[in-house]
Design a protein around this ligand. Structure first.
Ligand SMILES: [Fe+2]
Length: 351
């Protein structure tokens, strides 16, 4: 399968993964003549999708966790946040715990060395899907750091709930597409503390998870909030969550900008180590991320168009490609291993 922009759908493409809307299947895997649904999909804010076509029949995209687990996580976090919004004080955390345990187990047993962190979110469901992704990235990074299963669980719970305080921020500020005024930003910056204070009432949530909620916007140079802590003053769990939060936010479509390709988000994280992010953690995390994930469409310095077919472990910028078009737009079907052609570089990621 491969990833395409919805606006680039053409006749011979078949849907490779089901599309869900409010928990129900909107279009099922295997639906052909997808281009007929192009406008409807765009209206729903679905800008990218995985398809099968003649170029991608043998390209495998390895998911970090099962799609079904991701969907369950999203449903549970949506319900949890809804209840908090409605003022429920006795939150039952059983479902939340079960799904975080499932995510932890899947990641602990997943032997894949490289993380495919492409996240295709519907902009309207951003908060919930982002919560699940931050939890997944936190647990994945925690695993690289050698955390115990129990620690991974607590970190994952913190990741899942990191933005719970946003539920208590006025909707008008949360969904404002323009930049926030100084006052609105001041209100917005209260969300870590609001979330933390709320969770203080819920005994079943570990203090280690609460610290992630409280400190995920702290930055190692002291420029973060709410306390402006520096370096090791920030709990390691929160330093992990800061990387997960920013990485997932950058690679997601937002109301005010399109998602960044993985390599660009990775570069941003890299360029801001020691300033915003912990160098030791970034050093563990980035080599495990597929900068150009399988199925991504790219343009090469020689003008060719290609699809990423496989990874060369340890060389995140030199994947194995299937070239599908030459520099004059003539159709090709040729394999190109960038590790064997060091004179060629990827200059653009289409999706
Ligand atoms: Fe946040």
């Amino acid at each position: 399968m491969r990833l395409v922009l919805t606006e680039n759908l053409v006749e011979d493409m078949e849907l490779a993964k089901p599309i869900y809307e409010n928990g129900n299947i909107l279009l099922n895997k295997g639906v052909d003549r997808l281009y007929k649904y192009k406008n409807k999909l765009l209206e729903l804010g679905i800008k990218h999708l995985y398809v099968e076509d003649k170029y991608s029949y043998d390209i495998e995209v390895n998911e970090v966790i099962k799609d079904s687990t991701r969907r369950t996580g999203k449903k549970i976090v949506t319900n949890t946040f809804d209840k908090i919004k409605k003022g429920f004080l006795n939150l039952n955390t059983k479902d939340l715990k079960n799904v975080i345990e499932d995510i932890t187990n899947e990641l602990v047993f997943n032997e894949d060395v490289l993380l495919n962190l492409v996240s295709l979110k519907n902009t309207s469901d951003y908060t919930y899907e982002h919560s699940v992704n931050v939890s997944v990235i936190c647990i994945a990074l925690g695993k690289m750091l050698g955390y115990s299963k129990n620690e991974l669980f607590k970190l994952g719970m913190g990741g899942m709930l990191h933005d719970v305080g946003k539920i208590l921020i006025p909707e008008k500020i949360l969904t404002k597409p323009e930049s926030l005024t100084e006052y609105e930003y001041f209100i917005m910056k209260n969300h870590p503390e609001l979330g933390f204070n709320y969770l203080q009432q819920i005994e079943s949530i570990s203090p280690l998870s609460r610290i992630v909620v409280y400190s995920h916007h702290e930055r190692v140079d002291g420029s973060g909030y709410p306390r402006g802590l520096k370096g090791n003053e920030i709990h390691e769990f929160a330093r992990v969550a800061a990387i997960a939060d920013v990485f997932d936010a950058l690679t997601s479509d937002r109301v005010y900008r399109s998602r960044w390709p993985t390599y660009k988000a990775a570069e941003y994280i890299m360029n801001n180590t020691e300033k915003l992010f912990d160098y030791q953690l970034v050093k563990k995390f980035l080599p495990q991320v597929s900068f150009y994930p399988n199925g991504a469409e790219v343009i090469l310095s020689c003008g060719y168009r290609a699809i990423v077919r496989a990874q060369n472990i340890g060389f995140p910028t030199r994947p194995i490609l299937r070239v599908i078009e030459d520099d004059e737009g003539k159709e090709l079907d040729r394999e190109l291993d960038l590790l064997k052609h060091m004179n060629i570089v990827i200059t653009k990621v289409i999706v």
